[in-house]
Ligand binder design. Structure first.
Ligand code: TYD
Ligand code: MG
Length: 458
């Protein structure tokens, strides 16, 4: 009989200890240690040096290795396919993460429906909702197809049984944190469980050539639960993000073995599910009429996708000793810094003013390329002088008030021209193509404000 020993494992950080403790010494969490039986290591023998074995296959010169043909199955959702580099690869395992309510189940049900309508067999296993609930949602989405099978299971062997019975081309498991392997200790959602279930399903997926999508809930601190234990196991990691109060959802891939990462899929959550937004170019630009002060438009790169984004600022008199600096959708520390640079380097007096700054449409603008647009919006509000609506503003602002070139300026300008902007205000360091735009090259903030705020009246 195999010898076993008892071990305590933390379900939060996976640390093991020889005995149970109330508090995990690894992550400090209380009550997360669980005991489990593991095989004791065989008594060590005297060292003999490493043993060699015949290789299963000889190593080949790289040019002689046959190419694996990637036969991608388009999901029918072009924005999802864009992120996946063309579609789901048979035998691949994809982890789709996102906060509860982001729309993961909706997205995957729509993809499952599209694939099933295209003649593939899809098995959608939900451990969170009953088939009746999913059917109800499918009715609403108009997602009823003959080859789309629904099941509600929480035990891994039952899921494997379903796979055996249906031999699906695509398996969707919603979610990986609610499924349990009875042979492993601990509750569903623990590290050991998540890892074991995902490993088994990955092995099955590769063996059957079945594309598999695992849904994973993101914990509050932003990590994919089962603390990143799945990321090395799966082929692709995608995340669906969006602000609770906005309809826009962005799908990005952070790891992709069958293509590049950096593509972004844009969707809008509507009453009829997620609708693809093919041209997201002006989604984050408001409808303020020409002549409105305190607004400037920049071109941000979300992943590799250029998006025009409006930055708004409101400067208002205050009686507070410490005036308020409030940023929404923008970096608060960066706002403080730029307010200081505006005061010291560009003669914009803000010391007895509150400054509110925000992005439009729920965009989160954190790259430094947004600096100049933010400065211009603030100065525009302070001086009551509008920035013309057809100007795109690009530039990072340094502490000396100097303007720096933004990465991939050419791509941004090309997109700005495509979206119908006529002028661009940017660093003098730019020497590339103008793409038909009239370029205002400026060296520092003072110059940029002079050009950006007076163009309308020139
Ligand atoms: P859901 O897909 O269940 O999110 P997740 O699986 O990521 O937790 O749905 C998220 C939200 O979307 C939910 O609050 C309801 C809303 N919703 C719509 O607005 N329209 C729709 O057609 C559907 C199906 C959901
Ligand atoms: Mg869900």
């Amino acid at each position: 009989m195999a010898r076993t020993k008892t071990l305590a494992r933390c379900s939060a950080c996976d640390r093991t200890e020889p005995r149970w403790m109330g508090r995990c010494p690894g992550c400090g969490a209380w009550g997360t240690m669980e005991t489990e039986e593991v095989a004791a290591r065989a008594p060590s023998r005297a060292p003999r040096g490493p043993t060699t074995a015949a290789p299963t296959r000889p190593a080949l010169p790289i040019r002689d290795v046959p190419l694996d043909a990637l036969d991608r199955a388009p999901t029918g959702l072009s924005e999802l396919d864009r992120v996946l580099g063309g579609g789901l690869v048979p035998g691949s395992v994809t982890l789709v993460g996102g906060e509860p309510g982001a729309g993961k189940s909706t997205l995957l049900l729509q993809a499952a429906y599209a694939l099933a309508s295209a003649g593939r067999t899809v098995l959608y296993v939900s451990a969170e909702e009953s088939p009746g609930q999913i059917r109800l949602r499918a009715e609403r989405l108009g997602a009823l197809a003959d080859r789309l099978y629904l099941a509600s299971e929480t035990e891994l062997p039952a899921v494997l049984g379903l796979i055996d019975a249906h031999k699906p081309d695509l398996l969707v498991l919603d979610s990986v944190q609610t499924i349990r392997d009875p042979e492993i200790g601990g509750g569903a959602g623990g590290v050991a469980q998540v890892r074991a279930c995902a490993a088994t399903l990955t092995e099955v997926a590769k063996r059957l050539g079945m594309a598999t999508v695992l849904v994973g809930h993101v914990t509050k601190d932003g990590s994919l639960a089962g603390p990143r234990v799945l990321e090395h196991l799966v082929d692709t990691v995608c995340e669906l993000t969006g602000e609770r109060h906005h309809a826009l959802r962005l799908l990005t891939a952070t790891k992709h073995r069958f293509g590049s990462v950096g593509e972004v899929g844009c969707f809008q959550m509507t009453g009829a599910g997620l609708v693809e937004v093919d041209d997201a170019g002006r989604l984050f630009v408001g409808e303020a009429p020409d002549g409105t002060t305190g607004v400037a438009v920049t071109l941000a790169l979300e992943g590799r996708r250029p998006l025009a984004c409006e930055v708004q600022a409101l400067v208002a008199p205050t009686r507070l000793v410490n005036p308020r600096r409030v940023a929404s959708g923008l970096d608060g520390a960066r706002l403080d810094l730029l307010v200081a640079v505006l005061e010291r380097r560009a003669d914009v007096s803000l010391k007895d003013r509150d400054v509110y700054a925000s992005s439009v449409g729920g965009a989160r603008l954190t790259e430094p390329g947004v600096d100049l647009a933010l400065c211009l919006a603030i100065a525009s509000s302070r001086r009551d002088s509008p920035v013309p609506r057809d100007v795109i503003v690009l530039g990072e602002v340094g502490l000396a008030g100097e303007l720096r070139l933004v990465a991939q300026t050419e791509r941004r300008l090309a997109e700005a021209a495509r979206l119908g902007f006529h002028r661009a205000l940017l660093s003098a360091a730019y020497t590339g193509d103008a793409f038909g735009l009239s370029l205002d090259r400026t060296r520092d903030l003072t110059e940029a404000l002079a050009v950006g705020l007076t163009v309308a009246t020139r």
